[in-house]
Design a protein around this ligand. Structure first.
Ligand code: ARG
Length: 550
């Protein structure tokens, strides 16, 4: 619905006690702007409300909240609304609105997981969409660089570590150490308390502990950077869990002041049983903080720093409970803005037997390998289809990466996805490469058009039904972006680009574009031109490049 109609009907429905939906159906746009931006006729209501229409209109004018209106005029039974200019500008342009996107957020010393890939891809696309609508977007990579697991890793490294092996293939090596630790701990349970001790040392700033941890972190970030480079993703901030280590005191104090903390089996918790939620574990018995403690600190820090209008956490569905607890504790702490925080969750990747991908044959799958595999396959396809293409490697990268991104974003993020690289890469399925190919086809038609193009065309020559359908679909583009950001669902945009590509391909196969009738040719080229603009812009909002030739 029109957002202004929505607002006005909400106000009117409050003043005259009528259902908002009924009100909104009556609101009209006056024929001339001197009668207002919107108007509301009161005569149809007089029998229903058993009142004189003029009394109704007077009542609306008197009672309505004037803040959003420059003026409200009564013209007979009509109430004419003139919207406040600043309100209109703010609503339409979104300028100055800040949105924090907590995204990607892999764990240091562990492989970059599939969930992290989804979070990176979805978060990045939402970022582009919000930016295109005038928002200021802060991308935060909330690195998992703190927690008891680092106590374990430090011990494992001190016991079995080898610096050279670590340097050679850091993530795989650290991951091996981690697994070795757990195998060892099965028989030697005493090592767990040692690990806790080392994490405590880390929290207290012990030099040796910090230096090992720093090294792990740098090596991990180096590795993750390769994936970010491939995907073309950047962040405004890499402040992860460790960043909040020295900001815990205030949080604990804040919780205490609100009388929220209780002791339970030595640990400190916030009881959430009144809200049907498990307790939030704030501190262990040795006072070590937890994931949620650090998330509380992060949320409050970010609100102070960015004064965001919205904050979204793009994190897997398995953390739903965590975010419910987090938002609830924020509410209990009196942070009214908890309402502006959203957990934008995603489902899993499954393999072709619909099993959770990460556990396939007990093997870990490395995201970089998936991207590389897709790029290599794209290269093979190009070598077959268009061996003389210029910049083959670059195009292969755009197609291979685009295939994975689109394969993800074409699904509703809340669903699970079956990872099938061959299917994602197909040039004639519902894929990224299909749209890229359509775009490249449109570019090649434009290259064949020998004259200089401008939009000075004879629109009356565009008589085909398909042309009308295409133009109507093109005109829906900005609405589609709006829907995408309102629901945080890039698959809405992805679906639209597929529909547009399919319709354009149908048009291209049915009608001649390059032809002898130069007037008609130019008019049709205008459509081609518009298609290029929408497809490449739409793909870029998904985080996908659109090569001009492929
Ligand atoms: N590092 C976490 C994980 O891999 C994700 C962090 C998500 N962001 C947050 N603020 N909790 O599970």
């Amino acid at each position: 619905m029109d957002i202004f109609v929505d607002k006005i009907s909400e106000f009117i429905s409050q003043t005259i006690n009528l259902d908002k939906n009924e009100v909104s159906k009556l609101i009209e746009v006056p024929p001339e702007s001197k009668f207002g931006d919107y108007s509301f006729p009161c005569f149809t209501l007089s029998s229903k409300l058993k009142k004189n229409p003029l009394d109704i209109s007077q009542e609306i004018k008197n009672k309505i909240n004037p803040i959003l209106f420059e003026k409200i005029d009564l013209k007979g039974p009509y109430v004419n609304f003139f919207l406040d200019k600043d309100f209109v500008a703010k609503t339409v342009i979104n300028k100055g609105k800040t949105i924090v996107v907590d995204m990607s957020s892999p764990n240091i010393a562990k492989p970059f997981g599939i969930g992290h890939l989804r979070s990176t891809i979805i978060g990045n696309s939402l970022r582009h969409c919000f930016t295109s609508q005038g928002y200021k977007v802060i991308r935060i990579n909330h690195l998992g660089d703190w927690g008891t697991q680092f106590g374990k890793l430090i011990i494992a490294f001190k016991k079995w570590g080898n610096t050279n092996a670590l340097k050679k293939d850091p993530i795989k090596y650290m991951y091996k150490l981690y697994i070795k630790y757990h195998q060892y701990a099965e028989k030697h349970t005493e090592i767990d308390s040692e690990a806790r001790l080392w994490f405590k040392k880390l929290e207290d700033g012990d030099k040796q502990a910090i230096s090992i941890w720093k090294n792990f972190k740098e090596l991990s970030l180096n590795d993750f950077q390769k994936i970010y480079d491939l995907l073309g993703v950047e962040f405004e901030s890499y402040s992860g869990e460790a960043f909040y280590n020295n900001k815990m005191g205030i949080i604990i104090k804040g919780l205490k002041v609100k009388n929220l903390l209780i002791k339970s089996e030595g640990a400190t918790i916030v009881d959430l049983s009144n809200f049907n939620l498990p307790p939030a574990l704030i501190q262990k018995s040795d006072e070590a903080t937890l994931y949620i403690t650090r998330d509380l600190a992060a949320a409050i820090y970010r609100y102070d720093k960015y004064k965001f209008d919205k904050m979204i956490y793009e994190v897997g569905a398995e953390q739903k409970l965590h975010f419910q607890q987090l938002f609830k504790v924020l509410e209990l702490m009196g942070c009214q803005w908890f309402k502006d925080c959203f957990h934008i969750y995603h489902g899993l990747y499954l393999d072709q037997d619909k099993k959770k991908l990460a556990t396939r044959k007990g093997k870990t799958i490395f995201m970089e390998d998936i991207l590389e595999e897709s790029i290599n396959k794209a290269k093979k396809i190009i070598n077959k289809k268009n061996p003389n293409l210029k910049n083959k490697d670059l195009v292969a990268k755009d197609i291979g990466v685009g295939a994975i991104i689109f394969g993800d974003l074409s699904n509703d993020r809340t669903n699970d996805i079956i990872l099938n690289i061959n299917k994602f890469l197909s040039f004639d399925g519902e894929t990224g490469p299909y749209i890229q190919y359509t775009h490249a086809r449109a570019c090649s038609i434009l290259r064949k058009y020998k004259s200089n193009f401008d939009f000075n065309i004879k629109t009356s020559l565009l008589k085909e039904d398909l042309e009308k359908s295409l133009l109507l679909l093109i005109s829906k583009y900005s609405q589609v972006i709006e829907k995408t950001i309102n629901s945080f669902k890039p698959n809405i945009l992805a679906r639209y680009l597929l529909d547009l590509s399919q319709l354009f391909n149908e048009y291209y196969h049915k009608f001649k574009i390059i032809q002898d009738d130069k007037e008609l040719e130019k008019s049709r080229i205008a459509i081609v031109y518009s298609i290029i603009i929408v497809l490449s812009d739409g793909l870029s909002l998904l985080g996908i490049n659109s090569p001009k030739e492929m």
